[in-house]
Write a protein that binds this ligand. Structure first.
Ligand SMILES: Nc1ncnc2c1ncn2[C@@H]1O[C@H](COP(=O)(O)OP(=O)(O)OP(=O)(O)O)[C@@H](O)[C@H]1O
Ligand SMILES: [Mg+2]
Length: 233
C-alpha cells in the first residue's frame, strides 16, 4: 500500500498536508495522534471513501485515485480488508454468516465462502454457529471482525481503533492476532490506535499531527531504551 503527497481538506481545515506512507506485504505501521487530527480521514482516503485534493493512493497493486465508483468499489472489495472499533458485524447473523458475507457478495461459490469462513473462525478461535454474533463476547466479536476482513484474501488490512472497545486482556489477544495473522498472510497492515501496547507491536509507529505524518518521537525513545517499557522490548 502506498500513499503519496496526500492532501485532504475537510471543510476549512487542511487535515492531511502532504502525507506519504508505504507499507509492504507482511509489514505493519501504526498511526497515533491527537483526537481530530485526521487519522480516520486518512483511512477513508485510502479506501476511496473521501476524495483527497491531491495525491495518490495505491492498494494491492491498483492505483485508486481517479477510478470510477464502480471499479473503486471492486478494488476495495477485493484488495482491502477493514476492522473498525465496534466490529460492525450484523448482530442477528451467526459468526459464520457474518464472515462469509463479503465472499458471498463478491459472487463466488457459496460452499467456498462458507468453507473459508469456517476455517478462519477456527483459526481465530471464534464459535461458528449456535450463537448470534450479537451475543458473543467483545473479544470474540472483534476476532470475528478480523476474520471477516480477511476472507477475501485482501493485500491491505486497515484497522481503526480495533481494540478501542475491549478490556485490557482481550485487547492484548485481539492485537496479537491482528499482527500475527496479517504478517502470516502477507498483508500490509495499517492500524490507527491510541493504545500504546497495540502501537508497540507494529513495525513502525507514526504520528499524525498538523497534517503531517512523522515517526513518533516517544516510540523512537522507547525502542532505543527498551527497559523503559517492557511492551516494546
Ligand atoms: N465529513 C466531514 N465533515 C465535516 N467535518 C469532518 C468530516 N469528517 C471529519 N471531519 C472533522 O475532521 C476532523 C478529523 O476527523 P477524524 O475522524 O479523521 O479524526 P481522528 O484523528 O480519527 O480522531 P479520533 O482519534 O477522535 O478518532 C474532526 O475535527 C472531524 O470533526
Ligand atoms: Mg478516528
Amino acid at each position: 500500500m502506498r500513499v503519496e503527497g496526500l492532501r485532504c481538506r475537510v471543510g476549512e481545515r487542511l487535515l492531511l498536508d502532504g502525507v506519504d506512507l508505504a507499507v509492504g506485504p507482511g509489514e505493519s505501521a501504526a498511526v497515533t495522534g491527537p483526537s481530530g487530527s485526521g487519522k480516520s480521514t486518512l483511512l477513508l482516503c485510502i479506501l476511496g471513501l473521501t476524495s483527497p485534493e491531491s495525491g495518490t493512493v495505491t492498494a494491492g497493486g491498483h492505483e485508486l485515485t481517479g477510478l470510477s465508483a464502480r471499479r473503486l468499489a471492486r478494488v476495495r472489495r477485493e484488495s482491502i480488508g477493514t476492522v473498525f472499533q465496534f466490529g460492525e458485524l450484523l448482530p442477528e447473523l451467526t459468526p459464520l454468516e457474518n464472515v462469509a458475507l463479503p465472499a458471498l457478495l463478491s459472487g463466488g461459490p457459496h460452499e467456498d465462502a462458507y468453507r473459508r469462513a469456517a476455517e478462519l473462525l477456527d483459526e481465530l478461535e471464534v464459535p461458528r454457529e449456535g450463537t448470534p454474533t450479537g451475543l458473543l463476547s467483545g473479544g470474540e466479536r472483534q476476532r470475528a471482525a478480523v476474520a471477516r476482513a480477511l476472507i477475501t484474501g485482501p493485500r491491505v488490512l486497515l484497522a481503526d481503533e480495533p481494540t478501542g472497545a475491549l478490556d485490557a486482556r482481550t485487547r492484548e489477544a485481539v492485537a496479537d492476532l491482528l499482527f500475527t495473522v496479517s504478517e502470516r498472510r502477507g498483508c500490509a497492515l495499517l492500524v490507527v490506535t491510541h493504545d500504546p501496547s497495540v502501537a508497540a507491536r507494529a513495525g513502525r509507529v507514526l504520528r499524525l499531527e498538523g497534517g503531517r505524518l512523522t515517526p513518533d518521537p516517544a516510540e523512537r525513545h522507547a525502542r532505543r531504551n527498551p527497559t523503559l517499557d517492557g511492551a516494546t522490548a
